[in-house]
Design a protein around this ligand. Structure first.
Ligand code: ATP
Ligand code: MG
Length: 203
């Protein structure tokens, strides 16, 4: 099994995430992509984010009907901050036969050297680095690969049409009561409104 792991805050999930996951799935021939909302993001501490159960519910609604996409609450059920290396080690033990892939946007590739145990991450998983406007994939990859030249085939580029969309921008629009139709799946918009998730910005 070729298993993709796609972590994020998903506050809320948007079409940038969905396109990134879909094209990664096709390009790397993945059998499944696990969307994994993060508990406390170690790099986002101090910023208030929506509760895990709501972010997970929105991911579930967004991927409903996509047979190869699955929502996973593993990081949410663990106490404290989630480190990607721990998550990858867990899934490696759970599925020893699986080949693991870590899907990340170009912005995250750029800061990957700051992540805990990045060389271990590269040992466990192949990184699928997805285009994100404003972040140069090649330069970021060079920084990462300088860490472990022996693992240089462990970062692959996934080219998607650049979608300059972020959850931050979506939250700002919702706060101002502007439409996020076409940026976020309708079911997710409905859920967020029913639960008054983005009536205060929170950060
Ligand atoms: P925020 O503005 O709150 O940081 P975000 O839009 O960056 O939200 P995250 O939940 O932080 O979303 O991102 C989860 C993963 O998806 C990260 O690896 C990120 O790089 C990637 N990603 C998010 N938006 C895009 C996009 N528009 N294009 C490509 N990758 C993206
Ligand atoms: Mg982000």
């Amino acid at each position: 099994m070729r298993l993709g792991i796609f972590g994020g805050t998903f506050d809320p999930v948007h079409i940038g995430h969905l396109v990134a996951a879909q094209v990664s799935l096709e390009q790397a021939g993945l059998d499944k992509v696990l969307f994994m909302p993060a508990g406390v993001n170690p790099l986002k501490v101090g910023r208030s984010i929506r509760e895990g159960k709501d972010r997970l519910a929105m991911v579930r609604l967004a991927i409903e009907g996509a047979p190869k996409f699955e929502a996973c609450d593993w990081e949410l059920t663990r106490p404290g901050p989630s480190f990607t290396v721990d998550t990858l080690e867990h899934f490696q033990q759970l599925y020893p036969q699986a080949e693991l892939f870590l899907i990340i946007g170009a912005d995250n590739l750029q800061i990957l050297p700051k992540w805990r145990a990045v060389d271990r991450i590269l040992e466990i998983a192949t990184i699928l680095a997805v285009t994100r406007p404003g972040f140069d994939l090649t330069t970021s990859a060079e920084t990462v690969l300088a860490l472990r030249t022996d693992l240089s085939d462990r970062v692959r580029y996934v080219d998607i049409p650049g979608l300059n969309i972020s959850s931050t921008w979506i939250r700002e629009r919702m706060l101002k009561n502007l439409s996020v139709e076409h940026l976020v799946p309708s079911k997710v918009i409905r859920y967020s409104k029913e639960n008054s998730l983005y009536e205060r910005i929170g950060d």
